[in-house]
Design a protein around this ligand. Structure first.
Ligand code: GDP
Length: 327
């Protein structure tokens, strides 16, 4: 498929073209990077904006069940849904535990849905770029909702929050004192905390957990430009389809509010600027390490630091001087 056909296909919402386009942006080969840049420019259309939802939760909390049930509900409401995954763990495990089609059997068969498993990853910086570009492609393809799924392991949440409009954290009933070890940082970026599995024997426990989190969220400062009541904690059951429509209404109403205040546009602009600066930083490092003499110098200094001959910061100063000279 040549580039023009790919651009037309993506813009026409064709699944096959979109899948190929994402494969292209996932490639790290330099000739593919050039084509990917032309592709992204070619499909860009600021009038097409999806609602980008970041969704995080530890394995077993019910992410795929929630996405499957929510996706089918959204499709039933006439919306199209794309699901992407950020899985920094797959370098080690060698396979993806997220965004797997077999985890969402009904949704993956629906022509109005698009599910993309996460590729095997090399470095976190690469994960961010590929995911961001995959989001842009899904948006250009006209999807109404793009769900970016991630497993709750810390760094990936921050990355996902920087490329989505609304961040939702999925938790299981239970918890207590340390609130299930959810790091304060994740609480601070969450717009919505959903206590899943609020059904059967776990219903009462889910409600207590919800109240605990609602209390904890109340202590966090409301974010500038957000309405009263956010961030919010709700309980849902993905298997019984309870509370899901309310959860999505909350996300939609928060998005509408932010659009109305201009907060939405400002956040997206700040995100774009952030990723531009990150890409420049990555590019600089890539260029520098491509140079054999620079790599050798890094290696020498690294050895000296490891042997305790030089302090890390002094060695870093010498490396910077070597690269850029004295000021
Ligand atoms: P993931 O690893 O976060 O994607 O979790 P899964 O969606 O695979 O769910 C893990 C297990 O929890 C499965 O056995 C699900 O059937 C179950 N589960 C998911 N959502 C619910 C729910 O709302 N209620 C109950 N009772 N079980 C659920």
């Amino acid at each position: 498929m040549d580039l023009d056909a790919m651009i037309d296909g993506v813009r026409g919402g064709k699944r096959r073209a979109l899948a190929r386009a994402i494969t292209l942006v996932e490639s790290a080969r330099s000739e593919d990077r050039k084509a990917a840049a032309a592709l992204l420019d070619g499909v860009a259309d600021p009038r097409r904006q999806a609602l980008r939802i970041g969704l995080s939760g530890t394995p077993g909390v019910g992410k795929s069940t929630f996405i499957e049930a929510s996706g089918l509900m959204l499709i039933g409401q006439g919306r199209s849904v794309a699901v992407l995954a950020v899985d920094p763990s797959s370098t080690r495990s060698g396979g993806s535990i997220l965004g797997d089609k077999t985890r969402m059997p009904q949704l993956s068969r629906d022509p109005r849905a698009f599910i993309r498993p996460s590729p095997s990853q090399t470095e976190l910086g690469g994960v961010a770029r590929r995911t961001r570009e995959a989001i842009a492609l899904c948006e250009a393809a006209g999807f109404d909702v793009v769900i970016v799924e991630t497993v709750g392991v810390g760094q990936s949440e921050t990355i996902v929050a920087q490329m989505t409009d609304i961040f939702t954290l999925l938790l299981a009933p239970g918890g207590g004192d340390e609130l299930q070890g959810v790091k304060r940082g994740i609480m601070e970026i969450a717009d919505l905390i959903l206590i899943n599995k609020a059904d059967g024997d776990m219903k009462a426990q889910a409600e207590r957990t919800r109240a605990d989190y609602a209390g904890a969220l109340h202590l966090l400062r409301r974010r500038d430009g957000d309405p009263e009541g956010f961030p919010k904690a709700l309980s849902v059951s993905s298997t019984e389809d309870a509370g899901l429509s309310q959860a999505w209404e909350e996300m939609a109403s928060l998005a509408d509010y932010r659009r109305g205040t201009g907060h939405w546009d400002r956040t997206r602009a700040a995100q774009s600027r952030h990723w531009f600066e990150e890409a420049v930083r990555h590019g600089i490092v890539r260029h520098l390490t491509a140079d054999a003499a620079t790599r050798a110098r890094m290696e020498d200094l690294g050895r000296a630091v490891a042997a305790g001959e030089t302090a890390p910061s002094a060695a870093a100063d010498r490396m910077i001087e070597h690269l850029f000279g004295r000021d």
